[in-house]
Ligand binder design. Structure first.
Ligand code: ADP
Ligand code: MG
Length: 184
């Protein structure tokens, strides 16, 4: 299967998950995420705001934990032409939904892609070599090629592909994958 076919397959599989399943497994994933040494050592965390109706791993509790621990939190904001901007957020930051329904900071301190030291990456599918299949727009490939932080993909176990995912030279493999069953 090529990337497009795999994307459809795994997105359909994820769409069939119940909200209760997503909530429960997301908690387990976040529990594993915050136990990672790389997280404990990190001062600057990059994380996206998840979309619940798309059955994405829920990042809201993780974001709260980062704020409680006093970590600097950076969130992305998409720009035209496939680039993302990275903005420091705090309790006073205003958010607005973009055209895909993703909550983004309206304004704030803009940082460079190499500033975060721990990056939480959304995935449509992953494999045991930590390759990533994303939504097909390449936003994270562009960002991660310029980042220096530890790249941590989060996904449900049912989004793991048993074979190698197809990759192209611009695809950036991740350092760690976390699902509700294991850390890879
Ligand atoms: P995704 O990673 O979201 O699953 P793809 O890997 O298929 O999606 O990439 C989507 C598009 O993004 C590709 O057509 C590719 O040309 C473009 N792209 C990816 N990385 C880069 C990069 N570093 N610079 C420029 N374009 C890129
Ligand atoms: Mg890619």
């Amino acid at each position: 299967m090529d990337k497009a076919a795999l994307r459809n397959y795994f997105l359909e599989k994820r769409a069939a998950l119940t909200p209760q399943f997503v909530d429960e497994k997301s908690r387990e994933i976040v529990n594993r995420l915050v136990e990672l040494d790389a997280f404990k050592q990190a001062k600057v965390i990059h994380c996206y705001a998840s979309i619940h109706k798309n059955r994405e791993v829920d990042t809201s509790e993780f974001i709260s934990v980062c704020q409680r621990l006093g970590k600097t939190l950076i969130m992305p904001k998409v720009l035209p032409k496939g680039e993302m901007m990275h903005i420091e957020v705090n309790k006073d930051t205003a958010f607005k939904e973009n055209r895909w329904g993703v909550r983004e900071p309206v304004e704030g301190n803009i940082v460079e892609p190499d500033y975060p030291d721990f990056i939480v990456v959304p995935m449509v599918a992953g494999d045991r070599s930590r390759n990533r299949l994303g939504y097909g727009k390449g936003y994270y490939d562009r960002f991660l090629s310029r980042s220096k932080g530890v790249k941590v993909g989060i996904l449900f176990e049912c989004q793991m592909y048993d074979e190698l995912l197809p990759t192209e030279n611009f695809d950036v493999p991740l350092d760690i994958l976390v699902n509700e069953k294991e850390v890879i």
